[in-house]
Design a protein around this ligand. Structure first.
Ligand SMILES: *[C@@H]1O[C@H](CO)[C@@H](O)[C@H](O)[C@H]1NC(C)=O
Ligand SMILES: *[C@@H]1O[C@H](CO)[C@@H](O)[C@H](O)[C@H]1NC(C)=O
Ligand SMILES: *[C@@H]1O[C@H](CO)[C@@H](O)[C@H](O)[C@H]1NC(C)=O
Ligand SMILES: *[C@@H]1O[C@H](CO)[C@@H](O)[C@H](O)[C@H]1NC(C)=O
Ligand SMILES: *[C@@H]1O[C@H](CO)[C@@H](O)[C@H](O)[C@H]1NC(C)=O
Ligand SMILES: *[C@@H]1O[C@H](CO)[C@@H](O)[C@H](O)[C@H]1NC(C)=O
Ligand SMILES: *[C@@H]1O[C@H](CO)[C@@H](O)[C@H](O)[C@H]1NC(C)=O
Length: 434
């Protein structure tokens, strides 16, 4: 099960821990030994928070003033003082007995039939949070300064996974729309990227269509410009020999309103591209499975931790992607398969200067400048997004890293990107002391 029972906070003033990458001279950096500091050594700079009975600290977020840390654990929500992780408020959020009983009767264990917090989003003075609630997901909208104050409770279906094992991601836009990428059903066979709440119509990815999503594990999502981006790994539909997982970046236009007759209630702007993180060589060694990302908004860079498959030898790498390289792949040709027996071939992009379109006062036409037939046909980009440097920024054999944050600190004569990596399933976040 995801998460440990401790939240540790590391002062970012500690400097570099695992990897320093000067922005200018990367070759220099690759030659140098990366300084590594053990957990024990940083002990004096660590603060810990524990609470009796609370496990699976899987979600962390901050209040808008970044004075408080909001934490989602199994059956609990906490507010902590950012300075020293002292407790401000603890709120129990458990499933009721009837819901638990129904969960057991569906063959689920005592461990699984609990409320695992999987969505924790701050928007202004409100906290929108969802939990698995014994396979009956539920969402609440609470007052951030008093988490017991619940304003609204709605179904968590299509917003939060049913199972604590399922990986999901969600974000709230300034307009109040919730974008969630999660399994939509009890068995987890219906994954989707789904928009709800707000004023725009609810939309999803096409159902039971492996070309859209093929057993995905969602990792992260970001609201950037006119788009919402999603990062995940999934079974590679374009790879015909054996089962392989590829990592993806996908995006939709935030003002997409879905199709008419064709693609009704479905995204008309959904596209995805493969991310390449590999060790170069005659035969490149691929780190195919994205585990975590960090968006460095100041530089439009997406940092990703990639690992090998669980069934092969353990190895991890960090690759950095330029958002403009991702956009470029989306403007390039598509990869298209005529029918299930034909090969995947490049197909020129019918709309290489694709824009999200503009909202015509109440007119539900041409909101997105994409032909519906094309939108249904072309999902996958032909070009693979290559990282900023062909050699990953960091590689380590025999470990699997799961979480990462990146901080940029001013070195003597260059900016240093400090990457904090964690092997556990606990969460690490970057703090800005501005
Ligand atoms: C939560 O409630 C507040 C106050 O009613 C509302 O403004 C806000 O949009 C709600 N948030 C969500 C995500 O529903
Ligand atoms: C928080 O909200 C609850 C429920 O509305 C209320 O009973 C309690 O007094 C509030 N606590 C504070 C500190 O305002
Ligand atoms: C979710 O991700 C974790 C970490 O990569 C993985 O161990 C787990 O198997 C994933 N869950 C599912 C249902 O695939
Ligand atoms: C991925 O990157 C490696 C190293 O630069 C390169 O050799 C390989 O051709 C790339 N693979 C794809 C599918 O783009
Ligand atoms: C990202 O791409 C933009 C546009 O091509 C470029 O100006 C910028 O230098 C790139 N950033 C990095 C870190 O490579
Ligand atoms: C968003 O889309 C609008 C309309 O197509 C366009 O004018 C604008 O430049 C886009 N904004 C960005 C940041 O790309
Ligand atoms: C909608 O788009 C189509 C094709 O791009 C175009 O032919 C048509 O004139 C547009 N209609 C409106 C009302 O803008």
């Amino acid at each position: 099960m995801k998460g440990t029972c401790v939240i540790a906070w590391l002062f970012s003033s500690l400097g570099w821990w695992r990897l320093a990458q000067p922005e200018t001279d990367t070759s220099q950096c690759q030659r140098a030994e990366h300084p590594v500091t053990s957990y024990k050594e940083i002990g004096p700079w660590l603060r810990e928070f524990r609470a009796k009975n609370a496990v699976d600290f899987s979600q962390l977020t901050f209040d808008p003033g970044q004075k408080e840390l909001v934490v989602g654990a199994r059956n609990y929500l906490f507010r902590l003082q950012l300075e020293d992780l002292s407790l401000i408020q603890a709120v129990e959020w458990e499933c009721d007995e009837a819901t638990k009983k129904a969960c057991y009767s569906k063959g689920k264990s005592k461990e699984e039939c609990q409320n695992y917090i999987r969505v924790l989003l701050v928007s202004g003075d409100w906290l929108f949070t969802c939990g698995t609630n014994a396979f009956t997901p539920v969402c609440t909208n609470r007052t951030l300064s008093n988490l017991t104050e619940i304003h609204d409770q709605i179904s968590g279906m299509a917003r939060c996974p049913y199972s604590p094992q399922h990986n999901s991601t969600a974000l709230l836009t300034a307009g109040g729309e919730l974008y969630a990428a999660t399994a939509m059903d009890f068995p987890g066979r219906d994954p989707a990227i789904y928009r709800s709440l707000g004023i725009l119509p609810p939309l999803r990815t096409a159902q039971y269509n492996s070309k859209w999503l093929n057993e995905p594990n969602f990792v992260s999502s970001y609201d950037i410009g006119n788009f919402t981006y999603f990062f995940f790994r999934e079974n590679a539909v374009e790879h015909d020999c054996g089962k392989t997982v590829f990592s993806r970046a996908a995006r939709v236009c935030k003002n997409d309103i879905g199709g008419r007759f064709l693609l009704e209630d479905t995204w008309t702007t959904f596209m995805k591209a493969r991310l390449n993180c590999s060790r170069p060589g005659e035969v490149p060694f691929y780190y195919n499975e994205l585990q975590s990302t960090f968006f460095l908004a100041e530089l439009d860079l997406i940092y990703g931790i990639f690992t090998t498959n669980v069934n092969s030898i353990a190895a991890s790498a960090v690759c950095v992607f330029n958002l403009s390289a991702i956009s470029q792949a989306f403007n390039g040709p598509f990869k298209y398969q005529e029918n299930s027996r034909s090969a995947w071939l490049p197909y020129p992009n019918p709309n290489p200067n694709f824009q999200c379109g503009t909202v015509d006062q109440g007119l539900y036409m041409n909101l997105t400048e994409r032909n519906l037939q094309d939108a249904q046909k072309f999902i996958l980009m032909h070009e693979v997004v290559q990282p900023v440097t062909s050699v990953p920024s960091f590689m380590e054999d025999s470990s699997r890293f799961f979480h990462m944050v990146v901080d940029v600190v001013q070195g003597r004569d260059t900016l240093i990107h400090v990457i904090y990596l964690a092997t556990g399933r606990s969460m690490w976040y970057r703090l800005r002391n501005e």
